[in-house]
Design a protein around this ligand. Structure first.
Ligand code: SIN
Length: 534
């Protein structure tokens, strides 16, 4: 049992920023929960390319136009404007000043602005190709210096505590749904505890791991999204799963992200027989076309010509020393996989990368459930629309983490007045569960989900594939639900149950939406923006 004022589930850039902002009031008590043993471990940690600042000859209107164009008509202009206007100043305040992150700069201290796909300006701040790791180092150090923040690692959220669902008072049925914390699984102890909070902030990241090929780390299995779904939160745009065009295709190193910044520095895509192809798909942007266009172009080339990968050439476009200093991690990781990117071409394939949909939130990060906020990849602010512009995700986490915290600060007293006590919320009941979680079943079922999602709910969809996916996922859902209801809790089992629920959600949203837009592409539908489809 634990009690806190603000419970933040997840410790990437969005959750950490919310915690830091709240901690400015020394009277606040904030608990940050992370499933990983090391709080640095999050999607943010793996971000390579960077984060948008106010670039050269740039202004909020130009950035806004780029976000809306990439979003393929589905981005909220209101939310995108907030990001474009507030993002760069908040980045300076939080990352540079509070967290001490030092972005790459020249000898006179001017930022070395990077370029990524579909950006009309050079405006991406970076720390080599390890921007996310540098940001997490700064943020975790800053969090640890705040006496009113408690970080608890190795704890997996199981379910949100919501009333009337978990209330013992039948009269709560007449009240709006409200969140009062979460049930948490302590991984080393194998015990479940009630964490009661006046306000809960979901910052659990994405869900790429429900796909066979992904750039995401193991924790990205849709945990927060599934909890919000079960609690009855409004979820939108679930069909928009973004595929990154260039993940390494080398045995043993699959899924390693080869940053878009490599193409930003001049890298070009080639077929295995040496043909450049992106001009044929996007004469305007070529290799720096929006991500959905490049990923589909690669897929199309691979399918039409039966290639198992395409190639990315940076070796002939940049001096070897410059490659090593701009992309030290990619260089080292590829070398480990037997590829020297200063001399050789890099085999790449698309992989699931980012969830553009999520828990619908307003401009303050509020979900449709009282006292429940969502920030970062799990949320849908409307910024990303049908296809996220590169390097907006860290910025969105920063802006909405900060905004959510500011809103919580203003309204916390009201929320605290409605916070229940331990006698009002039933403890977790594991009585009657004797079966030990069988890792073979968990792994086997997870692989089945990943294969179904990859083949039938992937980059190119159609009615037949989607209805097959839904039938198979429903069958598996039944099996997994029975398994869950009869087995002692384990982190893998929690993740499996969440993964099947979000997989079904995405497949159903994809079936429901017959219009191809951005990263939701159905080759059996009528195009709404013919020039972007293949
Ligand atoms: C990349 O470095 O290519 C990824 C950046 C992003 O996802 O925005």
């Amino acid at each position: 049992m634990a009690e806190t004022e603000v419970l933040i589930i997840g410790c990437g850039i969005a959750g950490a920023t919310a915690a830091l902002q709240l901690a400015r009031n020394p009277g606040r008590q904030i608990t940050v929960i992370t499933r990983a043993a090391d709080p640095h471990e999050s999607n943010t940690q793996y971000a390579q390319g960077g984060i948008i600042g106010r670039g050269l000859n740039d202004d909020p209107e130009i950035l806004l136009a780029d976000i809306l164009a990439a979003g393929a008509g589905v981005s909220s202009p209101y939310a995108a404007r907030i990001l474009a206007e507030e993002g760069p100043p908040i980045l300076h305040e939080v990352l540079e000043k509070s967290a001490g992150v030092k972005f790459d700069s020249d000898s006179s201290g001017q930022p070395l602005w990077g370029k990524e796909a579909a950006h009309s300006r050079r405006r991406v701040l970076h720390v080599g190709d390890g921007t996310g790791a540098a940001i997490m180092n700064g943020l975790i150090t800053a969090l640890r210096s705040c006496p009113n923040i408690t970080i608890e690692s190795n704890v997996t959220a199981v379910d949100l505590i919501t009333f009337p669902h978990h209330s013992r008072d039948p009269l709560d049925n007449y009240q709006p749904i409200a969140c009062h914390g979460a049930y948490m699984f302590n991984r080393p102890e194998h015990t479940v505890h009630r964490y009661l909070a006046a306000v809960t902030v979901l910052a659990t990241g994405g869900l790429g791991r429900i796909y066979r090929n992904t750039t995401n780390p193991p924790g990205s299995r849709g945990d927060g999204l599934a909890m919000a779904l079960r609690a009855g939160a409004r979820i939108v745009n679930a069909e928009y799963v973004q595929f990154h065009p260039t993940a390494l295709a080398a045995p043993g190193a699959e899924g390693l992200l080869i940053s878009e910044a490599v193409r930003g520095e001049g890298g070009i895509l080639l077929t295995p027989d040496g043909r450049q192809f992106m001009a044929g798909y996007s004469p305007e942007w070529k290799d720096l076309a929006p991500r959905d266009v490049v990923a589909r172009a690669i897929h199309h080339e691979m399918e039409t010509h039966d290639y198992s990968y395409v190639l990315l050439d940076i070796a002939s476009r940049m001096p070897a020393d410059a490659i090593r200093s701009r992309f030290p991690n990619i260089y080292a990781q590829c070398l480990k996989a037997g590829i020297d990117i200063t001399r050789e071409l890099i085999p790449v394939v698309p992989a699931a990368h980012y969830f553009c949909g999520g828990v619908l939130v307003d401009e303050w990060g509020r979900s449709s459930i009282d006292n429940l906020y969502a920030v970062g990849e799990i949320s849908c602010t409307g910024v990303h629309g049908a296809n996220r512009l590169a390097s907006t995700s860290l910025l969105e986490g920063l802006v909405w983490g900060n905004r959510a915290a500011r809103h919580v600060e203003k309204t916390l007293n009201q929320a605290a007045a409605r916070k229940p006590g331990f006698t009002d919320v039933p403890p977790w009941d594991e009585s009657g569960l004797f079966a030990e979680p069988d890792p073979a079943l968990i792994q086997g079922d997870m692989q089945t989900i990943q294969n179904i999602m990859w083949h039938y709910v992937g980059l190119v969809r159609n009615e037949e594939r989607l209805s097959r996916a839904i039938r198979e996922l429903r069958h598996l859902w039944n099996e997994i639900e029975t398994f869950y209801r009869t087995t002692k809790l384990a982190d893998g089992l929690i993740g499996l149950r969440n993964a099947i629920e979000v997989a079904l959600l995405i497949a159903q949203a994809a079936q429901h939406n017959r219009q191809s837009r951005g990263c939701h592409y159905r080759h059996d539908s009528v195009s709404v923006e013919g020039d972007r489809l293949i």
